[in-house]
Design a protein around this ligand. Structure first.
Ligand code: ZN
Length: 162
């Protein structure tokens, strides 16, 4: 423990009320996406927005997390051009190859999938403002499948705030 850390409030205080009339809430739900395999991209904005609406939280943060190491979450203008461009760019940067250490260890054909997913990252945090996701008009939340076969994905959405 670092010096001074013992004087901080314990984390459990976030689950209830704290002095000063602030009431923190946490709401969690899962979204399921069935993907067709490598490069399949889904717009999950509406599904995340429904979780935020159900939370009743007006001001806070929504955290979106893909469970699994071969898919990614982020924001993009969700339109057909970029839906092609992003996976295309990833395949140029991190192409399928038998030379990855993962392939030499496992020979399961998805070394590039793991690397692409880690490169983009499995999660995203979006501010919640006036009860809604604070996203731009041309900014949607995407889920990108990087694995080489169809997968059923669970995406956990955690909304925190007041
Ligand atoms: Zn693998």
């Amino acid at each position: 423990m670092r010096a001074g850390a013992r004087h901080r409030q314990p984390p459990s205080v976030l689950a209830g009320s704290v002095p000063g009339n602030l009431v923190y809430m946490i709401h969690q739900a899962s979204i399921t996406v069935s993907t067709s395999g490598h490069r399949d991209m889904h717009d999950i904005t509406d599904a995340v927005a429904r979780v935020v609406a159900a939370s009743g939280i007006r001001t806070g943060l929504a955290h979106v997390f893909n469970i699994g190491s071969t898919a990614a979450v982020g924001t993009i203008e969700f339109e057909p051009g970029l839906q092609e461009d992003l996976p295309e760019l990833l395949d140029k940067l991190i192409p399928p190859s038998r030379h990855y250490g993962h392939e030499q260890a496992w020979q399961d054909g998805n070394g590039h999938s793991h690397l692409q997913a880690s490169w983009l990252g499995p999660d995203l945090t979006v501010p919640v403002r006036e009860g809604r996701l604070a996203l731009g008009t041309w900014q949607q939340i995407f889920h990108l499948e990087c694995d080489v076969k169809p997968r059923r994905r669970e995406i956990v959405v955690t909304v925190m705030g007041e």
